[in-house]
Design a protein around this ligand. Sequence first.
Ligand code: NDP
Length: 264
Amino acid sequence: MHELFAIFGNPVHHSRSPLMHNLAFKTLGYPGCYTRWRLEEGEMLRETFFRLGLKGINITVPHKEAAFEAADVVEPFAAEVRAVNTLVLEDGKLHGFNTDAPGFYRALQRLGEVRSALIMGAGGTARALSLYLRSRGIDVEVVNRSARRLKWFEAEGFVSHTWEGFEAKAHDVVINTTSAGLEDDALPMPRALLDAALGQTAYAVDVIYGKETPFLKEAKRLNLLTFDGSQMLLQQGIIAFDHFTGHRYTLDRIEAAMRPFLQL
Ligand code: NDP
């Protein structure tokens, strides 16, 4: 009997998660099958999970908070950010995890040693990454276009600025978590500020995938080491797969089975 998995989101037709997980199931010989499900109402998440007879799901925009609410047991980091992107059924209970930030960190470690980071943007992704990176001993500074979203970062004790109050300092990595460049050709900060920040870092990474953003183009022009959001997508998927399959494979073995999806 195969175990059934899915990604819940809205929209969800563009998701590459089914490809990624099915490739790993096939390569590792695990009896699993992964599909996608467009979920309109977040409140229906739990009922839909059980009605479809699923073993586990990933959750994408806009239902990560609904998934947090639907879980019976939530790991501490996911509880802290109130966002769950992985649910697994174990002994009749839904266990919730957030693999986005740990996945990003696993990708970041491949670049080299990172002790300080500048995060551009102050949305949900920036909140998760800032808390997780800090928990791994990385010094985090945040810069955002406008002030409203920065209140949370100030309350959490992060040094944060709007563009007006920002003066670039040296960091090991500059991270773009804004949606600038996703559907337009915008840079995440005015060019002069961005170039000042990129001029004092070794690495530049973007969480956007599927296109090379103006930010990454600029970083490459300056000969920085870079990666885009596809590495974060892959690594969060590896950690989710590990939860789905009960920790029977090493993460490196899952990675070897899953990574070829990037070329598909
Ligand atoms: P949010 O909507 O919560 O936050 C968006 C942020 O971007 C805000 O800080 C906003 O600033 C800023 N912003 C938007 N447009 C611009 C612009 N033109 N110039 C400068 N800043 C801008 O988004 P999320 O945190 O949920 O997602 C952010 C990105 O992360 C998305 O592109 C998403 O696709 C990607 N993502 C990738 C993942 C992966 O696996 N690779 C996983 C999760 C997300 P302000 O406060 O001033 O409005």
